[in-house]
Write a protein that binds this ligand. Sequence first.
Ligand SMILES: Cc1cc2nc3c(=O)[nH]c(=O)nc-3n(C[C@H](O)[C@H](O)[C@H](O)COP(=O)(O)OP(=O)(O)OC[C@H]3O[C@@H](n4cnc5c(N)ncnc54)[C@H](O)[C@@H]3O)c2cc1C
Length: 413
Amino acid sequence: MVETNWAGSHTYRSRIERVRSVEHLQEVVAAAPRVRALGSRHSFTDLTDITDVDDGVLVSLDDLPTRVDVDPSTRTARVTGRAAYGDVATALQAEGWALGNLASLPHISVAGAVATGTHGSGIGNGSLATAVASLDLVGPDGELRTVGRGDTDFGGSVVALGALGVVTSVTLDVEPTYDVRQEVRTGLSWETLASGLDAVIGSAYSVSLFTRWGDAGIDQVWLKSRGDEAPPRPFGAPAATTLHMFADGDTEAVTVQGGVPGPWLDRLPHFRMAFTPSRGEELQSEYLLPREHALTAIERMRGLRERLAPVLQVSELRTVVADDLWLSGSYGHDVVAVHFTWSRDQERVYAVLPAIEAALLPLGARPHWGKCFVAGVAELEPLYPRMADFRALRDRVDPDRVFGNTFLERVIG
Ligand SMILES: Cc1cc2nc3c(=O)[nH]c(=O)nc-3n(C[C@H](O)[C@H](O)[C@H](O)COP(=O)(O)OP(=O)(O)OC[C@H]3O[C@@H](n4cnc5c(N)ncnc54)[C@H](O)[C@@H]3O)c2cc1C
């Protein structure tokens, strides 16, 4: 059977083995010469696959039951690595707990999302990986070990691209449940954004700006606010009806808008668990760059709009707070994330990426590890001050490159 990633943009070349238990996983890892862990398969490239040898194994944890165990005394929850955020969120909510943030979709696995530095938005919110307190992972010898905050290896072990082992469970920070209101505003001009960028991106707990880079400016602003207070919104106009970020998108698929309060898990993602997120037939790219360069980045993308237009479905701008995870897109500084949802046309998408990277990488932009980009180790090395430390950690944990693949060769070396 042909097995592909979610977008259908990559066909896995290696054999997939569905493990029945953690012990079974340990046996498979110890016996296989090369192993990669599969999450929910939402990344867009060969990141997860083994394409250069014939005896590699992709381990699927899909058959392991989801567990969510809250420890109120430490305000943490230990969750199965393969669990989808949506299922974790439902279990937490049932016990009166919440996560601090979510990505645009609830379908992605916890371990797969944190491995690539997946994020939502908010000038006070770190990436999803910053909520990780510890990880349990099976190393190349099949042994299970735990890495937690405070351990010297921790900074390199969370956003680790599956290079250090197979994560079986993740302990996440939790907080008491809360409500969120989501409202959408339309028609934010470039001039208003340029004169008040901080006010716009700081006008709610989580803010997403959708644009196609044309003269219309920002088409939609999605604002997710916590609590009851309605802050002033000195820009755009409230949307009269529920909107999808794609002009012809199915509005059934998006989370409740209109400022109606509801549980955090039903408002923080853009998309509802029971529906296909985003377009379904698409590719994505994203670049995270220091926030002080946001307006320059916008100017540069507007300059490219005619080249982007034929393959661009929509772009989204979000913010992520600085962290100290070595391979994180937001390592060391607060960032703006410049995202592109493309048509599913690999050739044309990869033809425009060099122009985007020529414009954004000099601003310090780091590509999202799970999405499409062309930069290799030579371009990426200067962008990650702790890249050498990550390599040293990898040499120590996995000297034989059991968890290696051609993607990692290309981007880490
Ligand atoms: C429709 C859509 C919307 C998206 N929205 C966002 C968004 O809002 N924000 C954002 O930042 N990104 C977003 N992404 C990107 C997505 O979050 C990342 O690609 C993420 O890594 C996908 O996680 P996954 O579970 O599908 O992992 P996979 O794609 O299956 O794997 C990704 C990486 O994680 C590793 N991995 C997976 N499971 C484990 C494990 N148990 N142990 C060790 N390593 C593991 C894999 O080996 C691989 O290196 C979106 C993607 C799609 C398709």
